[in-house]
Design a protein around this ligand. Structure first.
Ligand code: CMP
Length: 140
């Protein structure tokens, strides 16, 4: 399998509860390398642009409001099949459906406040990484 990069976001519900280190340990234990990382506070407009693909969904406004409600940690994870591996480590979107041991099963509070985001495909990963990071910030 090829080495890939994927965009990860540790969401406001998790940064608020001081879970950044515990979540990063899950990535690293799974063999994913954190090759870029920064803590930022998104505006609602910046969150809205990131989640533009969901603009017609009923939860869009709530999602953007939440993502701007506190700091997030945006990061690039690298590894063999990193996109799928990260989704495995995160668990299902709704914590009620997440497998035991996954980040969302352990830490998510609800389907909306679900602690982490991860890119879902190579093209999305490329776009999402470039939304937050310049090439020089990725240090493999
Ligand atoms: P994420 O992987 O960041 O991608 C889109 C997000 O929308 C998703 O995680 C959830 O946090 C959020 N989301 C999906 N479904 C719902 C829902 N029914 N209600 C609120 N938020 C949702």
């Amino acid at each position: 399998m090829a080495t890939e990069r994927t965009l990860s976001i540790i969401k406001p519900d998790a940064t608020k509860r001081n879970l950044t280190g515990k979540i990063n340990a899950k990535f690293e234990d799974a063999g994913l390398r954190i090759v870029a990382q920064k803590r930022i506070h998104l505006t609602k407009a910046q969150a809205g642009k990131f989640y533009e693909v969901h603009a017609s969904r009923p939860f869009y406004d709530e999602l953007c409001e939440f993502m701007a409600s506190g700091p997030v940690v945006v990061q690039v994870l690298e590894g063999e099949g990193a996109i799928a591996k990260n989704r495995e480590v995160m668990g299902a979107t709704n914590p009620k459906d997440s497998a035991a041991g996954t980040i969302r099963a352990e830490f998510a509070e609800s389907v909306g406040e679900n602690s982490v985001h991860g890119s879902d495909a190579p093209e999305t990963a490329k776009d999402e990484i470039s939304y937050f990071f310049a090439g020089m910030e990725l240090v493999g």
